[in-house]
Design a protein around this ligand. Structure first.
Ligand code: GLC
Length: 484
């Protein structure tokens, strides 16, 4: 089976978050199961350092009645032999940022998305390789699901190409104007309630949802949540309508890149069956790195997150002064995003320098050292399609404390379910009070060495690889191919 991934981000070529991580690691697992999987993404400015060869020069794309010339480049995904094709059109992709820069979202994001989709379909003329399945990721790649139905060459190819759309985060939908739709080259009939139109505007993700043969999202709980008003971000009716073709497949993580026994950013490896000495060394080093002189025997809570509403860290910020007064918990926080949250965290770390260490920004090495050095990991997300950080934390022996939603509910076995397999803490409502209670539960467990050690071992031994998810994706592809 031939599968073409279409995505705006692919780690390690280019990433802003979890989407890039998934598109960079799922193909490796599919390849191991015998799928001929390839990837296409834009040649963003960030990709420039990557070694690649030009596959086709003078590649012409037509948009807004203009012909734009660029080239198609080819590289490989990391050390694998999975081909990654990159669309080198400087006019669209050679910019400081993937979706936006310091002035905000790029005004031609709709056209940038249309070009990605159109070129994905024309790729076979360059490579003479024909996908059976086109697997699109998020709003920027979503229109490809409609182009497959609309472009005669794709339609006449036998067997017909099938499409699978994966939603990584429903909050980002790609909303533009009717004028933008007119630049797509898609038939006017696609501008409809069961197409790209939503409340008089162009909605790329909705168009993808309506046109894809199968739709997946990144955890089973999120797959049912997004069919409700509370989580559907206005698209719940479309998702309900496509409900029979919608499924949740829980993301795995790249176990070789996230291996606490081999990770060169840690001072000492962590052995999952005897974690104590590794965890202690990592904790000590982390406290020093963040200039915290807090007591090594006190519980250390980690945060690695982007700071915006979804992640619910405002709840933690609200609680921190009380936690400083009434507990001996310490905090190591890495994040960036909302300027108010950044400022609040900076100020708290100035007020409690020995107990709250922070780094505002992103640093992959420090993220790994927080997963490794912390005892607990906080993720109070208001919604979380899957969440990778809690999985990285468990793999590095830090027990997650999270809201019971989306992939957090599907990856964390809370202590309330009994001690045998539990590996974290879940709370129901996004309130500071419930987060406080969950932190208190964690503090109680920390005081009970036997329980704590047990839970930590459970977290460290959790099965988190991609194999199972890859098998489920293959099943989804087969279902798509079987459709009439
Ligand atoms: C998005 C979601 C996150 C998910 C990731 C990968 O970033 O917000 O929950 O883990 O995509 O699918």
């Amino acid at each position: 089976m031939n599968v073409l991934f279409v995505s705006p981000e692919v780690n390690p070529l280019v990433r802003t978050g979890g989407l890039g991580d998934v598109v960079g690691s799922l193909p490796l697992a599919l390849k191991k199961l015998g799928i001929d999987v390839r990837i296409i993404c834009p040649f963003h400015r960030e990709c420039k350092g990557i070694e690649s060869k030009t596959l086709k020069k003078n590649f012409v794309v037509k948009i807004r009645k203009k012909s734009i010339t660029g080239s198609i480049r080819q590289t490989k995904l990391g050390n694998s032999d999975v081909p990654a094709y990159m669309i080198d059109l400087p006019e669209f992709y050679d910019r400081n940022g993937i979706y936006s820069d310091e002035h905000g979202d790029f005004p031609d994001n709709a056209q940038r998305a249309f070009v990605l989709s159109q070129v994905a379909l024309e790729l076979q003329s360059v490579t003479s390789w024909q996908p059976d399945i086109i697997h699109a990721h998020d709003w920027m790649a979503a229109p490809v699901c409609a182009y497959v139905n609309a472009i005669p060459s794709a339609k006449t190819v036998q067997p017909k190409i099938r499409t699978v759309l994966t939603i990584h985060n429903l909050q980002h939908q790609g909303i533009f104007s009717h004028e933008d739709f007119k630049t797509s080259g898609l038939p006017e009939s696609n501008w409809a309630m069961d197409g790209f139109e939503k409340d008089g505007l162009l909605n790329l993700l909705k168009g993808g949802i309506q046109h894809a043969d199968k739709i997946t999202t990144v955890s089973p709980t999120y797959a049912s949540e997004i069919r409700t008003k509370e989580y559907g971000c206005g698209l719940e009716a479309s998702l309900e309508y496509r409900g029979a073709d919608l499924m949740g497949i829980l993301n795995g993580i790249d176990e070789s890149s996230w291996d606490p026994q081999e990770d060169s950013s840690l001072v000492k490896p962590i052995n999952p069956s005897r974690p104590k000495s590794g965890k202690l060394a990592c904790k000590q080093a982390l406290l020093e790195e963040l200039n915290m002189e807090s007591d090594i025997d006190s519980p250390l809570f980690g945060v690695v997150s982007r700071l915006y509403d979804q992640k619910g860290l405002d709840l933690l910020i609200e609680l921190l002064p009380q936690l400083m007064a009434e507990s001996h918990a310490n905090f190591a926080i890495l994040g960036s995003g909302d300027p108010h949250e950044e400022q609040a965290i900076r100020e708290l770390s100035v007020s409690f320098p020995h107990r709250i260490g922070c780094f505002i920004g992103f640093d992959d090495g420090l993220a790994r050292r927080i997963f490794a050095g912390s005892d607990f990991f906080l993720m109070p997300s208001r919604f979380e399609p899957c969440g990778l950080a809690q999985q990285y934390a468990m793999r590095y022996g830090s027990l997650p404390i999270a809201r019971k939603t989306g992939g957090l509910a599907d990856t964390i076995l809370p202590i309330s379910r009994g001690e045998k397999n539990c590996n974290g803490f879940l709370f129901k409502n996004a309130s500071a009070k419930e987060l406080w209670d969950a932190v208190q539960q964690a503090l109680e467990v920390f005081a009970n060495n036997r329980k704590f050690t047990r839970m930590r071992k459970n977290a460290l031994s959790r099965n988190c690889g991609w194999k199972y998810a890859a098998e489920q994706y293959i099943q989804a592809y087969k279902w798509a191919l079987e459709m009439p």
